[in-house]
Design a protein around this ligand. Structure first.
Ligand code: NAI
Ligand code: MG
Length: 398
């Protein structure tokens, strides 16, 4: 088989170090690939006025698989002030390159697994009957629609006459909002299309079937957001009935789901939601299994086979310049395992996951977050593992 080429995109801050350590782990696990580097992030915004240069887009078009660290984003004014002198008055507007990647390649399926590692001191525990302590085992995979909904970017402040007139055709708008001067109105739309709603639902059911989950939960708010959430739940009912009769379909509201998060997280299997509720519910579950040091994600387009794999954490600038890096590389390593699954290198993925699980359960090597220490440069002196030591420990298990 010909060797794979992976587009590695370290990005900014700790993205660079967690990606480098992850590639060491991939090498040690016997994954044979060539890596080409894709430029992305703050440096390219400042130097070129574009945090996602076209050459990076081309690399992904060609090689299809991207492994991404993290980027730094800053508010509009800060972004403009950090542009190099010759670019400052060109009217350039910063926008997040990771959102740009999602939109450019239509990476509509976002998958965020949250699985408990045995022995992780960050695992959620709760009080059981008679003052016992319970540590529920979470094994949830969240499927988040990644390109539409509230993050679709169709929004206005002081909308045009045409938009305003269109809104006025809705009886509820007329009744409840006509009092508001147009200049004082901001509107963000929540658009769901049947095609992409069906696609995220099918991806969720397929995953449940392939990996033996007993239920798929649609986590939205169909009783209030009748059109979009309602459409998703209705389609889910049809798909379940027709193609997945052996998988149970559950329906929860996002607000109640956040409450049940700590009550019975072990009951859920696959969860599927629109863009924003998927974002919320996946962060909620990630908190039960160790937080940002453990939260991984995949985003892909099933039609083109293009996928980008990344930890959900950001560039953590305050730790970026430490002489010895202290951040936890597990989220990035797990994201790489998702990449391996995506390209059918399941055996290597399983091997790496097993190695990580052993390191976590033995508890000899723990990064500062796992020791509940404040993140400071002296944590390694105090017994926490550095980023590199954690990767070394995983490699030793391999
Ligand atoms: P962040 O995720 O970078 O960091 C928040 C805090 O979480 C850190 O200070 C640290 O205490 C902890 N943390 C993060 N990753 C960790 C790891 N691997 N191990 C241990 N602890 C870890 O989020 P923040 O501070 O809100 O944003 C920093 C920058 O990152 C911003 O510019 C933001 O726009 C960007 N960002 C980028 C994302 C991406 O590239 N996908 C996602 C989130 C934020
Ligand atoms: Mg989020």
């Amino acid at each position: 088989m010909s060797k794979r080429t992976i587009v590695k995109m370290p990005g900014d801050g700790i993205g660079k170090v967690v990606l480098e350590e992850t590639i060491r782990v991939l090498d040690a696990a016997g994954f044979e690939a060539d890596y080409v580097e894709g430029d992305i992030g703050w440096e390219f915004w400042c130097k070129e006025g574009n945090p996602l240069p076209d050459r990076t887009i081309k690399l992904i078009e060609e090689h299809k698989i991207g492994l991404f660290g993290a980027i730094t984003s800053k508010p509009k004014d800060a972004a403009t002030s950090e542009l190099s002198e010759e670019l400052k008055d060109k009217g350039l507007v910063y926008s997040s390159p990771i959102v740009g990647l999602r939109q450019h390649f239509g990476l509509d399926i976002c998958m965020r697994p949250c699985r408990t590692y045995k022995g992780n001191p960050l695992n959620f525990i709760r009080r059981g009957p008679n003052n016992t302590i319970e540590e529920p085992e979470v094994d949830v995979v969240i499927f988040r629609q990644n390109t539409e909904g509230l993050y679709g970017g169709v929004e206005w402040s002081n909308p045009s006459e045409q938009v305003y007139d269109a809104l006025m055709t809705h009886p509820k708008f007329k009744k409840n909002f006509e009092w508001c001067p147009k200049e004082e109105l901001s509107v963000s739309t929540r658009i769901f299309t049947k095609k992409y709603t069906e696609r995220i639902l099918r991806a969720a059911f397929e995953h449940a079937k392939k990996y033996g989950y007993k239920s798929v939960t649609v986590c939205e708010k169909p009783n209030v957001i009748r059109e979009t959430s309602g459409m998703m739940y209705k389609l889910a009912q049809e798909i379940q009935k027709k193609d997945y009769p052996n998988i149970q379909l559950w329906n929860t509201n996002i607000d109640a789901q956040m409450m049940w998060l700590t009550k019975n997280p072990e009951d859920y299997g696959v969860i599927v939601a629109g863009n924003m509720f998927g974002d919320i519910v996946s962060d909620g579950f990630a908190g039960l299994i160790g937080g940002l040091g453990f939260a991984c994600s995949a985003q892909f387009n099933p039609e083109t086979g293009i996928g980008v794999f990344e930890p959900t954490h950001g560039s953590a600038p305050k730790y970026a310049d430490y002489e010895t890096s202290i951040v936890n590389p597990i989220a990035m390593i797990e994201s790489a395992c998702m990449m391996l699954d995506f390209i059918n290198e399941n055996e290597i993925a399983a091997k790496i996951r097993k190695a990580v699980a052993e390191v976590v359960s033995e508890g000899q090597v723990r990064t500062y977050d796992m020791m509940k220490m404040p993140g400071r440069p002296d944590v390694v002196e105090k017994g926490a593992a550095s980023t590199q030591q954690m990767a070394d420990a995983v490699i030793a298990k391999l």
